[in-house]
Write a protein of this length. Structure first.
Length: 209
């Protein structure tokens, strides 16, 4: 009965892991690790009913539970960091559009004063700092901008998409590494279960449901 119970727990967790792999990446690994935790809890409950000689396996499993919890924390932090990164990119793009509106509104003023030209130059610098790679230039002597408003707005949108794609590519690499970590955790738990089952079989204590 104990063997059947542990097998049921492990099988259910494996199904949960497979289901998680089909979901969107942000939730995939959290659900997978949740399945691993389910196995650990099931094994610990079984170990509590076992003989003293299984205390070592119980201790190993509890250590594995701790490392699994650390992995969950790492995955959650990774997810939060990616969300923060994409939010920052979108926010910066919105701020860049506001700056561009101010720049081209001020650029339409004729016979600008020296102060107005200085303000325009400052706004251009702020825009270039907010959206790296935009490279808008302003010549105070000729009172000319190097790009039209349409070109700047198009570049802001293009840069936003470029940065979002870059963040997504970096996240994909992280997810691949995290998936390997999750799979390693699952293999370690399965090995622990196999070790426990082997000892029970050797002692003739294994009960088949």
């Amino acid at each position: 009965m104990l063997a059947a119970t542990s097998t049921t727990v492990a099988t259910g967790a494996q199904l949960a892991l497979n289901t998680a792999m089909l979901l969107f990446p942000a939730a995939m690994f959290i659900l997978a690790v949740g399945a691993i935790v389910a196995i650990v809890i099931g094994l610990i409950n079984i170990f509590r009913k076992s003989a003293d000689e299984l205390k070592r396996l119980k201790a190993d499993t509890e250590a594995l539970t701790e490392s699994t919890n650390e992995l969950i924390k790492s995955l959650e932090e990774s997810k939060a960091a990616y969300a923060e990164s994409t939010t920052k990119i979108t926010t910066n793009a919105g701020a860049a559009e506001v700056l561009a509106q101010k720049i081209y509104s001020l650029s339409e003023v004729e016979s600008k004063s020296a102060e107005a030209k200085r303000q325009l130059s400052v706004l251009v610098d702020q825009l270039n700092s907010t959206m790296p790679g935009l490279n808008l230039l302003y010549d105070e002597e000729t009172d000319c901008l190097s790009q039209t408003a349409e070109q700047v707005y198009a570049l802001i949108e293009a840069k936003k998409e470029e940065f979002l794609q870059q963040a997504a590519a970096e996240k994909a690499v992280e997810l691949a590494k995290e998936r390997l970590d999750v799979e390693q955790q699952l293999r370690e738990i399965e090995a622990s279960k196999a070790d426990w089952t082997a000892q029970r079989e050797e002692e003739g204590l294994l009960m088949v449901a």
